[in-house]
Ligand binder design. Sequence first.
Ligand code: 5GP
Length: 114
Amino acid sequence: MNDRTIFEQIINKEIPANIIYEDSLCIIIDDISPQAPVHYLAIPKKLIKGISDLNDTEDKDILGHIMISIRNQMVKMNIKDYRLVINNGSEAGQTVFHLHIHILANRTLGWPPG
Ligand code: 5GP
């Protein structure tokens, strides 16, 4: 049985995804079920299940790198306003247990989120 997450399979190019950006540490893809005109997922290539599972030392650089990569991609697309969301744990809405940052843009976003 294949117990790897869908994102690990996307990172390994075993299943397709629309790749917006990729480097050695992370990948940014289109969400398959977009909740805004722009809805990307920024995913570390290292399997980290969620924010709760971050390693105190080695994951700092990875998370910093992903944030800079997101910022660069938004600059490249001339998108100035956007929301970043991380769902941590099933009660918070996490359904894929491989850390990912949602990037939502190009519509007015309400607050508080549901
Ligand atoms: P979560 O609910 O864990 O915060 O977010 C998981 C996200 O992954 C959801 O927004 C969902 O639409 C997206 N997703 C689930 N399966 C796939 C897939 O096979 N491909 C892509 N590109 N996104 C997926």
